[in-house]
Design a protein around this ligand. Structure first.
Ligand SMILES: [Zn+2]
Ligand SMILES: [Zn+2]
Length: 426
């Protein structure tokens, strides 16, 4: 298995959800609609459906599936299979996130509109904002939430499991402390972690990992910045459930996501001035920044080290490879020497490349750079060439600030390609 094998099979292909011969689909299950806090007003179904194929996604989670107005928008789509909706070439499955009474986020996948209605009824008396906020707050504990979700036939697991503000491991040292004996179907890694980090924790060996974008806007540096490749027999809730539980040959065959150093909570850092700290220094300073007095937040890397069972990852046999990527739009912005990935020059070039070669992931890791030069110019071809051999530096993320890939001249060509190494070792 190597990087190129995956890259070649990752292109967009039309899917037939009832073919019976099996399919592999790319899915980003966790997003938020414009009805959640701090999200883009462009988070509407039509825009997401238009953008998803450009990222190589076949299936997107609706997010916010209990919100009345958002549910109305979903209801207007063609329901091709119970709980599976189609807009353009993009399929949607009902998903949502809730915040529990300890400020821990839980991610939920639902089988049907009736399950969504039932779940809203069950949650209603524990929430004051369930009609208003796409991500409602509940006065329930993790175990109670999981029991109710399982009762209505849904699937539940921790969202972005290691982030310092709103995750299970910021609050608890084990899954059991949060969920008790309730069943969970998966764990979402979050942008600042990957399987190398999470497989140092013994209690996660049996759990399927999800890598989702948690996008708050539909643009290419957010939607699908992390996704999962599922092997299914056809596209339905039941088949997704079997894949998460690894039944009947269904499974997640690949996690694609950020190099965790690019995640905004990877390192322990000040949330005001973003100065990074070693864990022991942060403790000695009592979590106050020595430069600006701001609060220091524990990074995902350090939190995982605290709860890790082993120093090195132990990958269970079922664990799929994790392909580390960075947003193509950010590489283009550097090639064009433009500071914003939202500039129209960056967006136009991104679209030309993706349309010419099928999907973002193909441009990033597969297509011949001479072909890329013909469409996008020599500068972008050169940076993609350097990206593939890991000829760049990373300024690690922390304290709420994303990490950055920097193509300085000081970065030296490394002998091995990190992605290839980790895939070959599987
Ligand atoms: Zn969340
Ligand atoms: Zn500071």
């Amino acid at each position: 298995m190597n990087l190129l094998f995956y890259a070649k099979t990752l292109s967009i292909h039309p899917i037939n959800y009832n073919s019976g011969d099996g399919l592999e689909i790319n899915a980003d299950l966790h997003i938020h609609s414009r009805f959640s806090g701090a999200t883009s007003s462009n988070m509407c179904i039509a825009t997401i459906a238009e953008q998803a194929p450009l990222k190589g996604l076949h299936l997107v989670g609706t997010g916010d599936a209990l919100h009345p107005a958002w549910l109305e928008e979903i209801r207007s789509l063609e329901e091709v299979e119970e709980g599976i909706f189609l807009s353009g070439n993009t399929h949607f499955i009902l998903t949502l996130e809730v915040e529990d009474t300890r400020r821990v986020h839980h991610f939920i996948i639902l089988p049907s509109l009736s399950a969504a209605e039932e779940l809203r009824e069950r949650f209603r008396r524990y929430s004051i904002d369930i009609e208003k906020d796409g991500r409602p707050h509940l006065t329930l504990k993790g175990e109670e939430i999981a029991d109710i979700v399982n009762d209505v036939g849904g699937l539940v697991g921790p969202s972005h499991a290691f982030v310092p503000w709103t995750s299970i491991y910021k609050e608890y040292d084990s899954l059991r402390e949060c969920y008790g004996s309730a069943k969970i179907a998966f764990l979402e890694l979050g942008l600042s972690a990957d399987t190398e980090l999470a497989d140092t924790i013994a209690e996660l060996q049996e759990i399927t990992f999800l890598s989702n974008s948690d996008a708050h806007s539909p643009w290419p540096n957010k939607l699908g910045r992390e996704f999962n490749r599922f092997r299914l027999r056809d596209l339905s809730f039941t088949e997704i459930k079997r894949a998460l539980l690894r039944q009947k040959g269904n499974r997640v065959v690949l996690n694609v996501g950020f190099d965790p150093r690019l995640g905004k909570y990877h390192r322990t850092a000040c949330i005001k001035c973003y100065t990074h700290y070693e864990l022991e220094d942060a403790e000695r300073l009592r979590w106050r920044c020595s430069r600006c007095g701001g609060r220091i937040k524990k990074g995902v890397r350090d939190r995982i080290r605290e709860i890790a069972t082993w120093d090195k990852p132990h990958h269970p046999e079922h664990r799929p490879p994790y392909l580390r990527i960075a947003p193509l739009a950010e590489i283009i912005a550097q090639a064009l020497k433009v500071s914003s990935v939202y500039s129209s020059r960056v967006q136009n070039l991104w679209r030309s490349l993706v349309v010419a070669f099928g999907s973002e992931i193909r441009v990033l890791v597969d297509v011949d750079t001479e072909e890329i030069a013909k469409v996008g110019g020599e500068a972008i071809a050169e940076l993609i060439r350097r990206f593939r051999v890991q000829d760049f530096e990373i300024i690690e993320g922390g304290g709420g600030k994303y990490g950055e890939i920097i193509f300085t001249r000081r970065a030296k060509k490394k002998k091995a390609v990190q992605n290839q190494l980790s895939l070959d070792n599987w």
